[in-house]
Design a protein around this ligand. Structure first.
Ligand code: NAG
Ligand code: NAG
Ligand code: NAG
Ligand code: NAG
Ligand code: CU
Length: 355
């Protein structure tokens, strides 16, 4: 408590001095205060009309031209060149792909994704007339039977499509709202998704999964979600490391990998719109942890460099350590706030809460 109070003032000073002149958008929004936060709701609590309006807005995004501002910023090897035969949805995938090492298993992980999700939500609202907020998927409600989750239904207006178990079809999703959708990156393809209950059987990292038989769902039971929110007080590094888990077998990765297909690729996972609902849930858990104790509220941690070879020692990145003054980078997709500016969901730049 005391440490928190002492820390507040220097952080505020640091932020305001860094902000002056540095980031035009941040400056122009400085006077904005959050009086009417958007309410992000769990998908199954939306009415069919609300579900349909979200899906319609995502389809709208897919018809908008891609932005000429998108570029490969050079920090990531092996990214494909920006393609011009793409749409505004593909731009989100590109920005994620281009920053994959910088923004995963490093201390900006949750902050970067928070601004990425906000940009997606804001684009749906401002360019596609979407009146709602970004929905989230609380996977802990579906641990008994993931494929039977109400999200994965075949309705073309309110469903994300059922899982495909046929490997010779590349697990391509053929029903639901996105069954016919072609995504551009890394090469043009249709979205694949398949339920893999024990995704750690396949080794995909420089380190070995140590519980190959572990059920993905055991990483995100209601008990696990409660545990992460109520522990690691004041220690963002440990909080993020738990979300990724011992040997990356935690809730973030478990839910990605069990979906196989696009979701299991750390770079182009946003090809599957379920990505945004999955990450909104992680963001919700972060926000819940931040509210759980004053010492969590503005806590940052982890390092700037992803070192999967030393994952056990640096699950949230190796030094230099991340501070609130860290600039988030988006490969031309959107404005680039500082990490410290996205720590509050109801602050100067962001204005939402979770139902
Ligand atoms: C895409 O379009 C831009 C602007 O017209 C052009 O500069 C760029 O070379 C094009 N890229 C490709 C891969 O064709
Ligand atoms: C899997 O897909 C292939 C190609 O579409 C098809 O020939 C085959 O019958 C399918 N297998 C099953 C078990 O449905
Ligand atoms: C599956 O993916 C491979 C490699 O990208 C591609 O060549 C093939 O056409 C795809 N098959 C189907 C049925 O989509
Ligand atoms: C967080 O906890 C780890 C041990 O789990 C410790 O090494 C680190 O110094 C702690 N960080 C803070 C900011 O307290
Ligand atoms: Cu990501």
């Amino acid at each position: 408590m005391v440490m928190f109070a002492l820390n507040l003032v220097p952080l505020a000073c640091l932020l305001s001095s860094l902000l002056v002149g540095a980031i035009p958008v941040a400056e122009s929004q400085l006077s904005k205060t959050c009086t009417k936060p958007g309410i992000r709701k769990e998908w199954r609590t939306l009415s069919n009309q609300e579900k349909a309006s979200f899906i319609k807005a995502v389809h709208c995004l897919e018809t908008l031209p891609h932005s000429q501002s998108i570029f490969a910023d050079g920090s990531q090897p092996d990214v494909p060149p920006v393609r011009n035969d793409t749409n505004a949805y593909d731009d989100f995938v590109y920005a994620h792909l281009d920053g994959v090492n910088r923004n995963h298993f490093t201390g900006v992980f949750l902050g970067w994704h928070r601004w990425f999700l906000h940009t997606f939500e804001n684009t749906l609202q401002t360019k596609c007339g979407y009146k709602g907020s970004l929905p989230y998927w609380d996977w802990s409600r579906d641990v008994a039977n993931i494929p039977a989750s109400p999200l994965f239904i075949s309705s073309a207006t309110t469903g994300f499509g059922t899982f495909n178990d046929n490997a010779s079809e590349n697990f391509t999703v053929t029903d639901g709202a996105f069954g016919a959708t072609v995504r551009a990156y890394p090469t043009p393809h249709r979205v694949g998704r398949h339920f893999r209950p024990q995704p750690f059987e396949e080794q995909i990292f420089p380190f070995a999964f140590d519980k190959p038989e572990k059920l993905a769902t055991s990483a995100f039971t209601p008990e696990e979600v409660h545990f992460i929110i109520t522990n690691f007080v004041g220690n963002y590094t440990d909080f993020q490391a738990y979300m990724d888990g011992v040997r990356a077998e935690g809730m973030h990765n478990a839910a990605h990998l069990m979906m196989d297909g696009d979701m299991s690729n750390i770079g182009h996972s946003p090809n599957d719109p379920i990505f945004f609902l999955h990450h909104a849930n992680l963001d919700r858990i972060w926000a819940a942890w931040q509210s759980h104790d004053p010492a969590n509220r503005l806590a940052v941690g982890g390092g700037r460099t992803q070192v999967l070879q030393d994952y056990d020692e640096f699950p949230a990145g190796a030094p230099p350590f991340i501070e609130a003054s860290e600039q988030l980078r988006f490969s031309g997709l959107t404005t680039e706030p500082l990490l410290g500016e996205v720590l509050q969901t109801k602050g100067k730049l962001l204005c939402y809460e979770y139902a």
